[in-house]
Design a protein around this ligand. Sequence first.
Ligand code: T3D
Length: 261
Amino acid sequence: SEPSILVQRRAGYRVVTLNRPDRLNAFNDAMHEALRAAIDEAEADEDCRAVLLTGAGRAFCSGQDLNDRLLKPGEKPVPRESLEKYYNPLVRRLHALPFPVVAAVNGVAAGAGANIALACDIVIAARSASFTQSFARIGLIPDSGGTYILPRLIGEARARALMLTAEPVPAEQAADWGMIWRCVDDDQLIPEAIALCEQFAIAPTQGLALIKRALDASATNTLDQQLNLERDLQREAVMSPDYAEGVRAFMEKRKPNFRGR
Ligand code: T3D
């Protein structure tokens, strides 16, 4: 059968596609494991300096595959370790990757699918796409970091209402609210996401990785702690060959030739 994750290797980056289109790319255990393997390989490959994550067909991702959660009459619910085993490590991983991850949200992103998109560094969505915190509809709580990231992105009032009502947010609204980076016409989605990845493929990747670390810490640090962290990370950045090259290229008025990771 078709693999549930497709990986395309391009110069300096990889395109990873969630590929269970007849289930709107819902996650089952096999897709989680294939995605984990794809991310492992991207991280292990020093030539990989960005990942583009998207979905096959008309959806980005509909979250957990609920077929795997349907109880037979009389069957008792069993504890699920899916957060501990799959969703949490995935979100932690996306944050910790030493290069940018671009989500190209091609259609509906629901449940964990929405929050995994929001865990990526940059989210671009097609105008026809939407984001739904669908959990409340079936008696669950928003997971995959949603209760942390969404109020920080769009504020408490909007996050609370979206999570309690499970109302979908169209891509344009999501961009206006600052939930995502940009909403583009459907036919521009992949070209725009690829242009970003091509930019990252020749970027000073170590520096970008340090930016991710600084921003991840900022949500819970005091200004004082954050200033100390900026000092420490900048010390690292200053020592990198790419900083030396960046300055040289600037002074010589030419394009820099960065080493990357
Ligand atoms: O148990 C645990 O492990 C806890 C962890 C939870 C993490 C989570 O993500 S919980 C949230 C799970 N996801 C949802 O609740 C979303 C369910 N899907 C929907 O609400 C809707 O499908 C959408 C809003 C995403 C899209 O609606 P629409 O009208 O565009 O499409 P549709 O007709 O509903 O779906 C098309 C097909 O995909 C349909 O199958 P069919 O009728 O063609 O055979 C539908 O059943 C299937 N599908 C969509 N989402 C899922 C799914 N099948 C299984 N699981 C899904 N999540």
